[in-house]
Ligand binder design. Sequence first.
Ligand code: PLP
Length: 363
Amino acid sequence: MSGNSQSDKTSGPWVDINLGAVAANYATLCAAAPDAEMAAVVKCNAYGLGLAAVATKLAGLNCKTFFVAYPEEGADLRTVLQSLNADATIYVFNGPLPHTMPLFQSAKLKPVLNSLEQATQWTTHCDGAPVALHIDTGMNRLGAPLSEVDAIASLGGLNIDLVMSHLACASDPAHPKNEEQRILFANVAKDFPHARASLSASGGALMDARFHFDLIRPGIALYGGSPFDVDERRLKPVAALRAPVVQLRDIAPGETVGYNASFKATAPTRLATVALGYGDGMPTSGSGRVQAMIAGAHARVAGRISMDLISLDITNCKNPIKTGDIATFFGEEVSLFETAKSCNTNAYELLTGLGGRVDRRYL
Ligand SMILES: *Cc1c(COP(=O)(O)O)cnc(C)c1O
């Protein structure tokens, strides 16, 4: 789809979502870790891109294992899979709370148990349905501390079919903490000889085979975001954020743009005002920094990003620009990685922050 298409008579921003690129990224991950099962993490509405569409695509690629964060997300996913007549395992990272136990049973969700307390509660509420155990190896966020592992392993009635842990520094493959966590995990996984082992998310999938174990849990790489501190060219862009020009104006040297007058023209300047703002998920931290593509040229955000509007400095754009033309803030032409960097954030936050007003369009 062209970033300059005028056929889309929209008044606001939208995101083009290339499900073929999701499939290509899934294939790239499978090829990078051929000996492991490739699951898919679809928490947070598939990183903002739409749980139903993404899960439908992945189920069609024979993805058999999904992860979400909250049981409510798992129940939504179960509904989607049932509508496809697809059977798949759904693990819930955050595990159960006493009042969410019934949802696990009714939606056939497998909990990831994260502590001795959670494991004990599970055994008293539920039958021997299989579960995952998350063991913390240094993240100190979620997961059972190593000191609890023996007690969990000896709990009666607990049927653990997956042990997992999570890397704290996978965004930097050379970080020594990756190897520390890998060794700790490999050792503790030996205590569960009947369970499969899973350490890696997107970053670890693209690291060497010692990080792959039996099952990999990629999220961001499926959605075209780099899991690393540098851009990752092996992945195809999935999402393209676009918005139409609603007004054009010329200002003279000395005039200012937007709230706080933070942009001051030093020369005659042409501006395009675009229908996208922080209310749609374009962070104000990108003010004066983000580069959009419009009419085949780069144009920088001039001044503060406001709730529903952004001003682009189009002075140096060679091609004429008119209202209704489309600016692309990330996608094929300008990378999600670069735009996120310009906002002092990462691909994860940009995608999951896309607002409810942003129309999701599937290609
Ligand atoms: C979110 C999450 C993932 C997926 O991480 P990506 O970096 O997006 O691939 C995997 N495992 C756990 C425990 C997570 O919370």
